[in-house]
Design a binder for this molecule. Sequence first.
Ligand code: FCB
Length: 453
Amino acid sequence: MVRATLSFPSGFLWGAATAAHQVEGDNTNNDWWAWEQEPGRILAGHRSGKACDWWGGRWAEDFDRAAETGQNTHRLSLEWSRIEPSPAVWDDSALDAYRQMLRGALDSGLLPMVTLHHFTHPLWLAEKGAWHSDDIVASFERYTRKVVTALQDLVGFWVTINEPNVLAYGAYAGHDFPPGAGSMPKAVRALRNMALAHAASYRAIHELQPGALVGIAHHIRGFAPAKPGNLLDEQVARLRSRVFNETIPRVLTDGKFSMLGRSERLSGVAGTHDFFGLNYYTVERCSFDLTRPGQLFTRGSFPAGADLSPTGFIANEPDGLARALAWARRFGLPIYVTENGVEDPEDRLRPRYLAAHLRQVWKAVNVGNPVRGYYHWSLVDNFEWERGWTQRFGLWGLDTETQARLRRPSVDFYAEVCRANALSSEMVARYAPEALESLFPSHGPEGLDIERG
Ligand code: FCB
């Protein structure tokens, strides 16, 4: 067999990502909690409940797990509704609890990357229309200032908004996230407001903390024509990619907000990201479908024979990550993979998914793409939004009844990668032997330092 070790640059960040509502539990004062109480909103009637009980203090044991398994960073989010339970009323005890959590991360050797907004809204803000309310930009800036003032001695690595595109489509174009508006014009307005709010937040953070690194965690989904060569399929795939993938990074770069024929320069938005945060999961095939104007005339699917996750949510398409990283490089910023992972309670697919995606990250680094870190989604199974507990993305499993954590084989695989700062053929042979030949072909990829055994 061929032996090779794919080493990452020293100082590379290895971690996992989580989000407040998905792990904390008892987040009763936000729009997701309310949504979960409405029949039919969440698959199987699931609710976030205690989630992973981080608000009860179990973040400490999970940070220990992360640190003991070689991770050196953790991406987490803050719950706005805890910090500002009513307009301009601040709960300092919530900020203290986050201070403890961040101090705990640092004490365990995990550099915190902190997301200010990850899908949820305080109820008072949701009632005002959240991303449609007139003062959302000012509200987000005020919240940012409060948080950064309180936490800046512990954090200098900020994500303002997680996946504005997923939030805009899920909540405003579609029906999966609250308020389920089902209107494309509403999604466009929400996205525009997110760009403005991000920029206001970016400037506020830099004013308070000039050395901070500030960005967005941007979801790039691959879109490919279902039938290559079919002009209509190719066109809708391109259109979806332009609208979904390109709008946000472009506006943060040059200030031009272009969507569906409308183009406008947003003042103060150009040049407001210090890094490119990239969330990547899969590639979707697009077929032209005249009956779906709301989905930009597209029917999405995965090809027959795709290497699918158990609920059919994700296809294992590592080349899509390679393309996303190559595309992100044009912005000339350091890149962090801020999310990547797969739902897989039995941990059958995860090891090869992880191996194949890390190999693409390594390849990107080796052609000079400035990828500086990788955050696996997720550390422990958590509440997967409208899919409830039906999907399990954790390296560790979670028994929601007992709060017991279950060590999946991927824990040890990822630990070896993090500790060695490298992915080796030998690790893949042990954790994902079925992927060995495709990832480390016997004839050997060119340019590698290869030992033949
Ligand atoms: C991303 C979200 C994250 C999680 C993963 C599976 O879109 O940012 O909260 O739900 O998908």
